[in-house]
Design a binder for this molecule. Structure first.
Ligand code: EPU
Length: 424
């Protein structure tokens, strides 16, 4: 098992390229099961979650070939069920359910287990697929879905108690592309990753309108065809490195290339509100982040896009830990997603967590400590905390970060940070 040692106190400078989006890649890879024809997908980040998804596609009998950073996927024939050993490793494997059901009329997928960031039910996925005509039974921990009469379009509301569902919207949208008639998804998620999936499906011949709004309309077609696609940049990786710039860059800042400014709007706004400078290039595809002279604490509340993303709250908490003043972080999507706070407290942070809210009193400096990564974004927050801490922070269970950040140690080294990946 690897750990990362972050030697604090080195000023960051220079530039890096942001990778393709993990959370757009996962459903797009799954959607390649919807056609027998060859699909080529570029800008898929080399992280363990995308590798699990590619292994699942292979286990389902799709031919997967990698060449110069692109993947060719050809699912001429497909099996109905994915092996539990692979599926259990990643919640997002649930997004093969919609495509398999639509293509084969039946599928068996393991029920995903609990998750450290909180209860993550899939009732809305099932509600949507059931409304399209699926019979659902539980068998030995698996969900067995079948459509004796095929899928038929209908009007579905996917509102949950914490708002819309991203992968639930994806699953229902993918299944509806091959259903008879028209499907309307109300209370749909409008995250850029959902829009990227919709555009990918449209390039395969699907008829979809309204992606990026709360109402998506899908007119079913007989079949989809092959395509070539370039996945959007990862807005969460970009946001994480923007925070690294705000916390640890020198007066020239750091520059992140291959970003999409529109996707970064609320993250940029909050970094600026905290007193830092974000300068985008004329074409809005790169950003330079320079630490401000008078940083100040502020408030963030996570909510569905276009509001503040839950996947950035841990990284902002790391920044607030050493930002003068009092900051408030509220997570309405995953009220239990505060595991990083107890680790940061071991580094000297002053954070009070209660009922989905963290109150952070900025301290002058954190001091290094051995800490444990608990989930993907929590680990990123610990890396950020380590960049400016006194001493060397040892972050164990690095596999969490490898799920979603492509070569994070190499990118940090490129920016002048002192980090080492070592085996424990
Ligand atoms: N929810 C339900 N019922 C459902 C599905 C979700 O109640 O059937 C609830 C969840 O418990 C949560 C809220 O609805 O409170 C939103 O969950 P959502 O379904 O949108 O999450 P997801 O689609 O499973 C994706 C990302 C997560 C990100 C969330 C929220 C991928 C692969 N995962 O998960 O990303 O936090 O949307 O934006 O796209 C990460 O990258 O670190 C990560 C966890």
């Amino acid at each position: 098992m690897d750990k990362l040692i972050v030697h604090g106190g080195n000023q960051l400078s220079g530039h890096i390229n942001i990778s393709g989006s993990k959370n757009a890649s996962l459903p797009i890879l799954a959607a390649s099961l919807l056609t027998k024809e060859k699909v080529t997908i570029a800008n898929v980040p080399d992280v363990s979650d995308t590798n699990y998804m590619l292994q699942i596609l292979s286990a389902l009998s799709a031919e997967v070939e990698r060449f110069s950073g692109r993947f060719n996927i050809e699912a001429k024939s497909v099996r109905t069920s994915a092996p539990y050993e692979l599926v259990r490793k990643m919640r997002a494997s649930i997004c093969v359910m919609g495509p398999l059901l639509a293509r084969l009329g039946e599928t068996r997928v393991s029920m995903p287990g609990g998750c450290v960031i909180g209860d993550r039910p899939i009732d809305l996925h099932l509600k949507g697929l059931q409304a399209l005509g699926a019979n659902i039974e539980m068998d030995g921990g698996d969900m067995v879905l079948s459509t004796p009469n095929g899928l038929t379009g209908t009007e579905i509301d996917l509102q949950g108690k914490h708002g819309p569902t991203v992968l639930g919207t994806d699953n229902v949208m993918m299944a509806a592309t091959l259903a008879k008639g028209t499907t309307i998804i109300n209370s749909a998620a409008c995250e850029p990753e959902v829009v990227d999936l919709a555009n990918f499906l449209i390039s395969m011949g699907a008829k979809i309108s309204g992606a990026g709004t709360r109402r998506i309309i899908i007119e079913g077609v007989e079949k989809l065809h092959g395509t070539t696609w370039n996945v959007i940049p990862d807005r969460i990786e970009a946001g994480t490195f923007m925070i690294a710039g705000a916390m640890a860059a020198g007066s020239e800042g750091i520059t992140l290339n291959r970003v999409n400014r529109e996707h970064m709007a609320v993250i940029t706004e909050k970094i600026e509100e905290a007193g830092h400078i974000c300068n985008f290039s004329h074409d809005d595809t790169s950003v330079t982040v320079i630490p401000g002279e008078t940083p100040q604490g502020c408030e963030i509340t996570t909510n569905p896009f276009p509001q503040f993303p839950t996947d950035m709250q841990a990284q902002f908490t790391a920044m607030f830990a050493t930002t003068p003043g009092i900051s408030l972080v509220v997570d309405t999507i995953y009220p239990q997603r505060f595991m990083h706070c107890s680790e940061m407290k071991r580094m000297g942070a002053d954070i009070d967590v209660d009922n989905g809210r963290a109150v952070i009193k900025g301290v002058g400096k954190l001091s290094a400590a051995p800490v444990m990564a608990s989930d993907l974004r929590a680990s990123a927050a610990l890396v950020l905390a380590g960049l400016t801490a006194d001493g060397s922070t040892h972050i164990s269970r690095l596999y969490h970060i490898d799920r979603g950040y492509e070569h994070i140690d190499e990118k940090l080294l490129q920016l002048g940070a002192k980090v080492e990946r070592v085996s424990e």
